[in-house]
Design a protein around this ligand. Structure first.
Ligand SMILES: NC(=O)C1=CN([C@@H]2O[C@H](COP(=O)(O)OP(=O)(O)OC[C@H]3O[C@@H](n4cnc5c(N)ncnc54)[C@H](O)[C@@H]3O)[C@@H](O)[C@H]2O)[C@@H](O)CC1
Ligand SMILES: Nc1ncnc2c1ncn2[C@@H]1O[C@H](COP(=O)(O)OP(=O)(O)OP(=O)(O)O)[C@@H](O)[C@H]1O
Length: 355
């Protein structure tokens, strides 16, 4: 159904996925999103992901982060719910001797995350009970923005992703969780409800692990599509390959998004994308579940790819607007300011989208 459609036609079809605001809906029905990320170095990334999910339309937006990052992220906005449930090796509450911590830092990350005995009792006692409680009240999860690569955090991430798969929740993986996939692809392989959003460098790293021949400077769109499809098939997940053109692929189905976006490559725009994706992808599940009187005839196979296309279009349109207004001074916060207008123009104006 999506093949050979123009951008305008794709946006018009994707309007059917936008969940309407109906008087009988209760709090939470338009989306309960949890972002897992944020450490002492990076607090903006999980904020941007969570905030964009809320701006696009999720009712309840949470962040689960490392304990010290929580007060900082909380200070950015009272609209978001921030949970300090994660621990890194520097946290005295884990009660490990310094020699054990030093040894863990020297051990290759892959060995730490695949060793069944290592760190699991800390994670079982301190991390999982609270994380599981929140996941039980979540529709879709974003993992990775500002997560860092501390061994205890990474091992916790593996356990959390296993739990998310067991609960059969959709999951979007970005940033440090893509680094995890590059060293341990089994963590996600074959999980159909996963979407990965690699930038150029992250794609290259995962491609190398999977034995896919790809080039960081590749610009030919047919090659980009072919490589992205190969990654999707090898991992069995949806791949959104970011860059000058965004290639979205699930197995043989693919779409290319070449909305112009902004000329500024400021950090955080990928985080804005993951949050927007969370809300759109969750709506696509609600569409298939007929949570409202749905229109159109979008198949299960197309719904997720189309939701990805809609979110990518939204973020690129917002970035274009922010750049037109702020030029070289444009920051990711400016992209967020433009999300509501771009959303209204693409998905809500009475005229069909004018692209
Ligand atoms: N405000 C914040 O808190 C932000 C935090 N961030 C977090 O920062 C952490 C590290 O993220 P990085 O993206 O730096 O990851 P990496 O540490 O994997 O570094 C990637 C490197 O690749 C380079 N690169 C990116 N695109 C490229 C291209 N097309 N060609 C060649 N080189 C390219 C970048 O300059 C960067 O130095 C993550 O946890 C991430 O989520 C980022 O999301 C940015 C915003
Ligand atoms: N050359 C480009 N032209 C237009 N848009 C681009 C270009 N490169 C990236 N983008 C867009 O910018 C957004 C962020 O992509 P980017 O590659 O910066 O991700 P990232 O490195 O993961 O971001 P973050 O800084 O949040 O970690 C995406 O919507 C992407 O499609």
């Amino acid at each position: 159904m999506l093949r050979n459609k123009s951008p305008k036609e794709l946006i018009n079809i994707s309007r059917n996925l936008v969940q309407p605001l109906l008087p009988h809906f209760h709090k939470g029905q338009s989306g309960k999103v949890t972002v897992i990320g944020g450490n002492e170095d990076y607090t903006g990334a999980p904020f941007f992901a969570c905030h964009s999910a809320a701006l696009v339309g999720a009712d309840l937006s949470h962040v689960i982060c490392e304990r010290h990052a929580a007060p900082v992220i909380k200070s950015y906005s009272p609209d978001l719910m921030i949970h300090p449930y994660l621990y890194d090796l520097d946290n005295p509450a884990i009660k490990l001797a310094q020699a054990e911590i030093d040894q863990l830092r020297k051990t290759p990350l892959k060995d730490v995350i695949t060793d069944g005995a290592l760190l699991n009792s800390i994670i079982d006692d301190l991390v999982m009970p609270k994380v599981k409680g929140l996941l039980a009240r979540t529709d879709i999860v974003v993992v990775g923005p500002g997560f860092g690569r501390d061994p205890l955090m990474m091992k916790s991430l593996v356990r959390i992703i296993d739990e998310i798969k067991q609960m059969d929740l959709p999951i979007i993986l970005d940033a440090d969780s893509l680094f995890l996939i590059s060293i341990y692809p089994n963590i996600i392989s074959g999980y159909k409800k996963a979407i990965i959003t690699p930038n150029v460098v992250e794609f290259d790293r995962i491609a190398k692990t999977l034995g896919i021949d790809s080039s960081i400077s590749e610009q030919n769109v047919n090659t980009l599509i072919e490589e992205t499809q190969t990654m999707s098939k090898k991992l069995g997940v949806t791949v959104i390959r970011k860059g000058r053109q965004e290639v979205i692929a699930y197995q043989d189905t693919y779409l290319v998004n070449d909305f112009s976006g902004s000329s500024r490559r400021v950090g955080g725009q990928g985080d804005t994308l993951t949050g927007s994706l969370a809300t759109f992808v969750n709506w696509s599940y609600n569409y298939l579940d007929k949570v409202w009187d749905t229109k159109g005839d979008i198949s299960e196979g197309d719904a997720q790819v189309l939701a990805c296309y809609a979110a990518c279009s939204l973020v690129r349109s917002s970035a274009a607007k922010a750049f037109a207004k702020h030029g070289r001074a444009m920051q990711t916060t400016n992209v967020h300011e433009c999300l509501p207008t771009a959303f209204a123009e693409l998905f809500e104006s009475n005229q069909k989208a004018n692209i």
